[in-house]
Write a protein that binds this ligand. Sequence first.
Ligand code: PSU
Ligand code: MN
Length: 304
Amino acid sequence: MSKSISPIKYSEEVRLARENGTPIVALESTIISHGLPRPQNLEVAREVEEIIRARRATPATIAVIDGVIHIGLSDSELIAIATRDDIVKASSRDLAVVVAQGKSAATTVAATAHLAVQAGINVFATGGLGGVHQGANESFDESADLTALSHLDVTVICAGVKSILDIGATLERLESLAIAVVGFKTTHFPGFYFTDSGFTLEHRVESAREIADIVKSRALIGTNNSALIVANPVVKEMDHARHDAILASGLAKAKAENVTGKAVTPFLLEHFHTASEGESLAVNIEIIKSNSALAADIAVASAE
Ligand code: PSU
Ligand code: MN
């Protein structure tokens, strides 16, 4: 079956916001389908949208449902992404295949950022970015999130990158790819579950207003052909010793079970949520909420 109609459908609230030029925040959906366990995934997906609306911005959760790209989801579409078993994880390279074959997919940071920019949305909230995996010098496992963000004009709010990754190598790649990183009220690069990964940032910002000014400068100077990352540390971090033990067992388990490719990140996240008996999940949820709130404030400040 071939499709010749436009593969993008906007939710009613996103359509209105685009028409009126009011602030919009893009949200990824892989976090819903592959990053969080059920039933919390649906609860969080709904709550995050409410947080954004309460701050006077419009949420645009992005996903592909039955071959149609959705920018903004209705509640029944959110339920589909959170509960259907046929939702694949799509990076940008997968989008055209999924659409042409009429399949359904949740979008990663790479795919979401791509579609957001296509829709004229330049602020995007997520949990943690993909990056360079540990052992990447042999496996070559580096997230397509990095290359996607090297050529997209988008501001991404995240809690840094997960400790399941090689954080030092990821920061080096961000530098090579000319992706700017600023710390929100910190000079310590956050490590997702940790407020401080042990790596230092050069730039610190204090407010959404200040970030909006940087976004404006990027456009004037012409350095907005790559992404701006706002690293927003979690307030209540995970216990370090417990974290390190779970990470070690997760990496060993992934190796023993030959987990490769795009299955690696969901596998390790699931291991964390199970092994920490909910501690990592609670931290993860706080991160998504707090990043969404900050993203809404940045979108609103940028529109002023
Ligand atoms: N970080 C999280 N939760 C997630 C992801 C990252 O805290 O669910 C997802 C994002 O969608 C990210 C993707 O874009 O994992 C990266 O996958 P990979 O490592 O296969 O590129
Ligand atoms: Mn990978």
